[in-house]
Design a protein around this ligand. Structure first.
Ligand code: HPA
Length: 271
C-alpha cells in the first residue's frame, strides 16, 4: 500500500499544481453541505485518481475537492468509504495517507451516530474525545513503513484536546446541545440489537457508528492532529427500542447539518 502513494501523488500533482492544503476534511454524514461553502479550485473524481477506491453508496459522489474555506486551503473528501461496503481497511484509509502526503497538518472528520447514553439525544452533537474500536480489522495490520509512523502508535489522546475545547466553546456560543463523547466503531451495516446497544454502553461508549475510527487510526499513525464530530441520529438506550429507518436517520442528519457546518467553519477559521 505504501508503495502506491508516490504514483497517486504524482498524478494528483499534475492536476492541482502546487496547491498545498493545510487541512483535510472527510465529509461524512452531516457535513455534506459544507461543499457549498468551499471556493473550489480543483476537483478530482475518485475514479480518475490512480489507486483510489470508488465510493459505492448512492448518496456519496466520490470526489476529492481542493479549495479554500474561510480563507484556509483545504482538501475535502466528498464520499467516505465504509468497511461494511466491502472495502479493505487499507482502501478506506488510503485517501488519508494521500491527504497527508499532499501537505495537510490537521484532519477533520464527521459522522452520524446512534446514542447509547440517555443524556445524549437525537439531534444533539457529539465531539469525540475517545473511541473504542470494535471493528474486526485494523488499517495498520501488515508491514509497517517507519517513514509514515511507528509500529505501535500511541493512542492515549487520539482526538486533539485544544480543538475539542474550541469546538465545545463554539457550539456553546451558538446554543447547540453538544457533548464530549466516546465513540464506539462497529462494522454494521445493520443497526444494533437491544443487547448490543446495552453492551456498548456498559463497556464505556456514549455513541455508536460505522465509520471514522479507521481513518483516525491512520491519521494518528502519522501524528496528524484529529478532530471528529458526530450528529446523533437515533437513540439506542430505550427499553422499548423502536425500529429506526435510514430515511429517519437521514432526516435528523439533514436537520442538524447547519449546526455541524457552522461549528466546523468557525473551528477551521481559528486554527
Ligand atoms: N448504530 C450504528 N451506526 C449508526 C447508528 C446506530 O444506531 N446511527 C447512525 N449510525
Amino acid at each position: 500500500m505504501y508503495h502506491l502513494i508516490d504514483d497517486t501523488i504524482t498524478s494528483i500533482r499534475r492536476k492541482i499544481g502546487d496547491f498545498v492544503p493545510e487541512f483535510g476534511i472527510i465529509l461524512g454524514t452531516g457535513l455534506g453541505k459544507l461543499v457549498d461553502d468551499i471556493e473550489v479550485e480543483h476537483h478530482l473524481m475518485y475514479s480518475n485518481i490512480p489507486n483510489f477506491p470508488i465510493s459505492t453508496v448512492e448518496f456519496h459522489t466520490g470526489k476529492l475537492i481542493f479549495g479554500t474555506l474561510k480563507g484556509r486551503k483545504i482538501v475535502a473528501m466528498q464520499g467516505r468509504l465504509h468497511y461494511y461496503e466491502g472495502y479493505s481497511m487499507q482502501e478506506i484509509t488510503f485517501p488519508v495517507r494521500i491527504m497527508k502526503a499532499l501537505g495537510i497538518q490537521k484532519l477533520f472528520v464527521s459522522n452520524a451516530a446512534g446514542s447509547l447514553n440517555p443524556a445524549i439525544r437525537k439531534g444533539d452533537i457529539g465531539i469525540l474525545d475517545d473511541h473504542i474500536n470494535l471493528l474486526p480489522d485494523n488499517p495498520l495490520r501488515g508491514p509497517n513503513d517507519a517513514k509514515y509512523g511507528h509500529r505501535f502508535p500511541d493512542m492515549s489522546q487520539v482526538y486533539d484536546k485544544i480543538m475539542q475545547q474550541q469546538a465545545l466553546n463554539i457550539a456553546d456560543r451558538l446554543g447547540y446541545t453538544t457533548h464530549s463523547v466516546v465513540y464506539v466503531a462497529t462494522v454494521g451495516p445493520n443497526l444494533e440489537t437491544r443487547a448490543e446497544y446495552k453492551y456498548m454502553r456498559i463497556i464505556g461508549g456514549d455513541i455508536v457508528g460505522m465509520s471514522t475510527v479507521p481513518e483516525v487510526i491512520v491519521a494518528r499513525h502519522m501524528l496528524l492532529p484529529v478532530f471528529a464530530i458526530s450528529i446523533i441520529t437515533d437513540e439506542g438506550f430505550q427499553e422499548d427500542l423502536k425500529p429506526v429507518s435510514l430515511p429517519e436517520i437521514m432526516k435528523v442528519a439533514t436537520e442538524a447539518e447547519p449546526k455541524l457546518t457552522s461549528i466546523l467553519k468557525e473551528l477551521i477559521a481559528m486554527q
